[in-house]
Ligand binder design. Structure first.
Ligand SMILES: [Zn+2]
Ligand SMILES: [Zn+2]
Length: 358
């Protein structure tokens, strides 16, 4: 467990003003994001009769979505599948072997790449990759039990309130003091790198988001639509989306959809979540086999796992090596379970119809 006994969370416990102030940065970024959206839509609506205003609103929207999805890729591909689960590793590509020839150079290259990936991952303002991975590994170990950080199921059952369960799993857990620090016991493979530990403190994990915010400000000036407009629309509104799309995986992916595998906890597969989470909607598949780089199993599901499609391209470029790929046997097993679930649903429907008729 993270934190001391005194820090233990009582289910339904209210967050103190002190804790809220501690995480006020989080509220401020959300508030600035909402202001960014209001600004963006104001420009778009008033721009219907004014081409310059429309261009301004449209540019804010495009940059907002671009900044949202490239950062979501670093959440799903790197924070989650690489740093938390080690589902693939970096490698020296064939086409760089002429430059990187000794084991010493190879180690420097791999650590440099890993540091760069951690740096870009922190652009989403979700603290360091070690903090993130340690809490995520904890979630996998204790999913939907009293020790889970963000269980919808457990909190709903304890409090009897759907909304308390949703609020806790989606955002409240981030505000709880005992989760402020990483649980370093869970990440011995990551904490041994000082260059990754650098991103655990604010001076490290705030560099990338601040640089991105400044870049958006100057982009707005360069495009003639105003630095503040682009800072709010292109950066803060986008950061708001990236936060909540990430949180959807902790909350909605344990609430909505159906479970293909009996994993002993409440994770679900939910197709529409993939639009926001680049493939993380296959959350029950993921809990079933967390070492797999793909979260979709069936070939017809694969296109919705955009993160995995990008990882396959990186593997083709010889930049990474994927640890585990689903086999024909895995696919056959998933199809068998789907067919069984369909039969059971049909049986239940027939039983219900018979009961209603009699
Ligand atoms: Zn995971
Ligand atoms: Zn989960």
């Amino acid at each position: 467990m993270v934190g001391s006994e005194q820090d233990e969370l009582e289910v339904g416990e209210k967050i103190s003003i002190k804790d809220i102030l501690y995480e006020s940065r989080f509220f401020i970024v959300n508030l600035l994001g909402i202001i960014g959206f209001v600004w963006m839509f104001y420009e778009l609506i008033t721009g219907l009769g004014n081409p310059h205003r429309f261009f301004c609103g449209f540019s804010m929207l495009v940059v907002c979505l671009l900044n949202c999805y490239w950062r979501m890729f670093f959440v799903t591909g790197f924070r989650h599948r690489y740093f938390s689960h080690r589902a693939f590793k970096n490698k020296v590509p064939r086409w760089l072997k002429w430059l990187i020839r000794t084991p010493h150079h190879e180690e420097r290259y791999l650590r440099g790449m890993q540091m760069l990936e951690a740096f870009f991952a922190t652009a989403d303002a979700q603290k360091g990759v070690i903090w993130w991975a340690s809490h995520h590994r904890h979630h996998h170990k204790f999913s939907d039990t009293v020790d889970d950080l963000h269980s919808f199921e457990f909190v709903r059952n304890e409090t009897g309130s759907f909304w308390k369960g949703f609020y806790h799993s989606h955002v409240k857990w981030v505000l709880i003091k005992k989760y402020k620090k990483a649980d370093y016991d869970k990440v011995p493979d990551l904490k041994k790198y000082p260059e990754l530990m650098f991103f655990e403190k604010a001076r490290g994990y705030l560099i990338a988001p601040i640089l991105l915010g400044v870049a958006c400000f100057f982009l707005g000036i360069g495009m003639g639509i105003g630095g503040w407009a682009m800072l709010f629309g292109g950066f803060f509104a986008s950061t708001f989306l990236t936060y909540h799309f990430t949180f959807f995986i902790n909350s909605l992916a344990h609430m909505m959809g159906a479970a293909r595998f009996d994993t002993g906890e409440a994770s679900k597969n939910c197709g529409w979540l993939n639009w926001f989470t680049m493939g993380e909607g296959w959350h029950n598949n993921h809990h079933h086999k967390d070492i797999a780089a793909a979260q979709a199993i069936l070939p017809e599901e694969e296109r919705s796992d955009v993160t995995y499609q990008i990882l396959l391209i990186l593997e083709k470029m010889d930049l990474i090596k994927i640890a585990y790929k689903y086999t024909e046997d895995d696919i056959a097993e998933a199809r068998r379970l789907d067919s069984l679930a369909r039969q059971n649903r049909g049986l239940k429907k027939r039983e219900l119809a018979t009961a209603e008729a009699s």
